[in-house]
Design a protein around this ligand. Structure first.
Ligand code: GLV
Ligand code: GLV
Length: 312
């Protein structure tokens, strides 16, 4: 039987599917495996089902051995995968697009509301048992109606975000390589015009530190930044500087540059909302992602084309 190495817990539905195609071995460690542990764990595997915290590269493929046919990343982002190195070795790489767009846009919009309406700050105030009373000037946030949302990267998640923002009465502009019609602007124009900038581009060498000191300075003084894609798209130290200098009004982050670490200066700020990489974290979506990854593995091990291949 083919060995299928799963680097961390996945939902039962996906395990059952995989079990039809081979011997499923799920890492028993409740943490990311260190690189040497990962290499040992995948030894002899025909398929690896990996997580976004795993580095899935040529060294891993060589540790698995010549029988490795497919690496299925249970995430839409695949910046953790060295696709060219795996392709060179004839290994198919897959990801999980589509199934997580709505859940991720829901979380991004939730963060947008939390930061503009100061929900986290208000909750901390109550939990600290600080005396308060309703008054007209208390914890005022920023309204959304008629404001401009700038979407960096209008892929499936970006489009789902646009739909939500339209329902809230926001104007939309977007930047990115693909012009999908009305609202397409340069990145510079997006920064200058947006009241909220929301990041939905993948992490690539071109988007690493896309939001740096200069980009933050180019944003409106009252603007907010929302990041639900990958931490390194934002220079976190520059973001802390910009908030300290009052260059922007606030930020909401679901992902971090050195995940799971968070820039300490951000942790202490009331104008920052933080969540621990929960974009796709619903029962329904995580099940759909794992099942899609499992179906990709089954297809490749059975000699068919996968459903959602990543091409180099
Ligand atoms: C999650 O971050 C994903 O890329 O699916
Ligand atoms: C606020 O609570 C209001 O009733 O307007």
């Amino acid at each position: 039987m083919a060995k299928i190495a799963v680097t961390r817990w996945i939902p039962d539905d996906a395990v059952k599917l995989l079990a039809e195609a081979g011997d499923v071995m799920v890492s028993p460690a409740d943490r990311p495996l260190a690189p040497d542990e990962l290499r040992e764990f995948v030894s002899g595997a025909s398929a690896v089902v990996g997580m976004l915290h795993d580095r899935l590269d040529g060294a891993l493929a060589d540790a698995a051995g010549p029988g490795l046919k497919v690496v299925a990343n249970v995430a839409v982002g695949y910046d953790n995968v060295d696709v060219p190195a795996l392709a060179e070795r004839g290994i198919v790489v897959t990801n999980t697009p589509g199934v997580l767009a709505d859940a991720t846009a829901d979380l991004a919009f939730g963060l947008l509301l939390a930061v503009t309406r100061r929900i986290g700050e208000g909750e901390r105030l109550l939990r600290s048992r600080t005396p308060w009373s309703f008054h007209l000037g208390f914890l005022l946030g920023s309204g959304l109606q008629g404001k401009t949302l700038g979407i960096v990267g209008l892929g499936q998640i970006g489009r789902a975000m646009a739909k939500r923002a339209e329902a809230f009465g926001m104007e939309i502009v977007y930047s990115g390589r693909t012009n999908r019609g009305a609202g397409h602007v340069s990145f510079e124009e997006l920064l200058a015009r947006s009241d909220v900038v929301s990041l939905h581009c993948p992490l690539t060498p071109e988007t690493r530190h896309l939001i740096d000191a200069a980009a933050l300075r180019a944003m409106k003084p009252g603007a907010y930044l929302v990041n639900t894609t990958r931490g390194p798209v934002v220079d976190e130290a520059a973001l802390a500087d910009a908030l300290e200098a009052g260059e922007i009004a606030g930020a909401a982050l679901d992902v971090f540059e050195k995940e799971p670490e968070v820039e300490p200066r951000l942790l202490g700020r009331e104008d920052v909302v933080l969540s621990p990489h929960l974009g796709s974290a619903t029962v329904e979506t995580r099940t759909a992602m794992a099942v899609l990854a499992a179906r990709n593995v089954v297809e490749v091990l059975d000699g068919r084309a996968p459903l959602t291949e990543v091409k180099p």
